[in-house]
Design a protein around this ligand. Structure first.
Ligand SMILES: C[S@@+](CC[C@H](N)C(=O)[O-])C[C@H]1O[C@@H](n2cnc3c(N)ncnc32)[C@H](O)[C@@H]1O
Length: 242
């Protein structure tokens, strides 16, 4: 396994109560929907699309993609069994119909094991921001290698605002929202874990700042790099391998 300084947060209470994210951050569900939309409009070809998903989690983004168009196959990668087992349970029919397979390696190892020019789309939601910056850099490089020419990278994720003061205010609003939603539900333990996790996301080792992330895609050779649908600290990024 690659050295990821593995953050076991998704094996803890957050993994078991991942549905609370929908309550405290409705934008997360919206980003998965947008990833599905992006898959839908990727091309007008009726040829079967090979999609690689990084950090499939409980299957929310996976389902958005599987429902987007009939002719596709998703290889969903996640190295946290607590999360992936939920996706396997939720998406049994898609597995049975041959549209979905799983890989339990970490994202970098899984990508390194895939042939170059083999995927039409590499998609993800709320996964890359969890990576250490150095690990994320290697992942982006591998995404480029594995994509076919004209292939697309699609990521709905936390992209920190370039204006750092505005970003801090947005994160403060997020924390207020966590309390507003979870305290009346008497979920103080999961509230504590989401805040602990937020410190990870915001740390200098992890933060995925918009300008840096887009420049990195450019540096690795991507074209048509677009950021859209920003909701506070969340946004959709698309980029093409020429
Ligand atoms: C916040 S969840 C997102 C799940 C789903 N895409 C969604 O939007 O609900 C992030 C997922 O990425 C997985 N993950 C984190 N680091 C990973 C890595 N290095 N390799 C593979 N999966 C990873 C976690 O286990 C978790 O299931």
């Amino acid at each position: 396994m690659n050295v990821t300084a593995y953050d076991a947060i998704f094996s803890s209470i957050i993994g078991h109560e991942y549905d609370t994210l929908k309550l405290i951050c409705p934008a997360a569900t919206e980003m998965s929907r947008l990833v599905g939309e992006a898959v839908k409009i990727y091309s007008t070809s009726t040829k079967s699309l090979q999609i690689v998903e990084l950090g499939g989690g409980t299957g929310i983004t996976t389902l958005a993609m599987l429902s987007a168009r009939p002719n596709l196959h998703v290889l969903s990668i996640d190295n946290e069994p607590v999360m992936q087992d939920q996706a396997k349970k939720h998406l049994q029919q898609w597995i049975a119909d041959g549209h979905l397979n799983f890989c339990s390696d970490d994202a970098l190892t899984a990508l390194q094991n895939l042939p170059e020019n083999s995927a039409d789309i590499i998609a993800s939601a709320y996964t890359l921001h969890n990576f250490l910056i150095s690990y994320r850099e290697q992942v982006i490089k591998e995404i480029y290698r594995v994509l076919k020419p004209n292939g697309q990278f699609i990521n709905g994720d936390r992209y920190a605002l370039n204006d750092t003061r505005q970003h801090t205010r947005a994160v403060q609003d997020e924390i207020s929202q966590y309390f507003k939603v979870l305290i009346p539900l008497d979920r103080s333990k999961v509230l504590e874990q989401w805040i602990v996790h937020l410190f990870n996301d915001e740390s200098q080792d992890h933060i995925m700042r918009e300008s840096v992330a887009l420049q990195q895609l450019h540096d690795f050779g991507f074209s048509d790099i677009k950021i859209s649908d920003r909701i506070n600290v969340n946004a959709l990024v698309k980029a093409k391998k020429p």
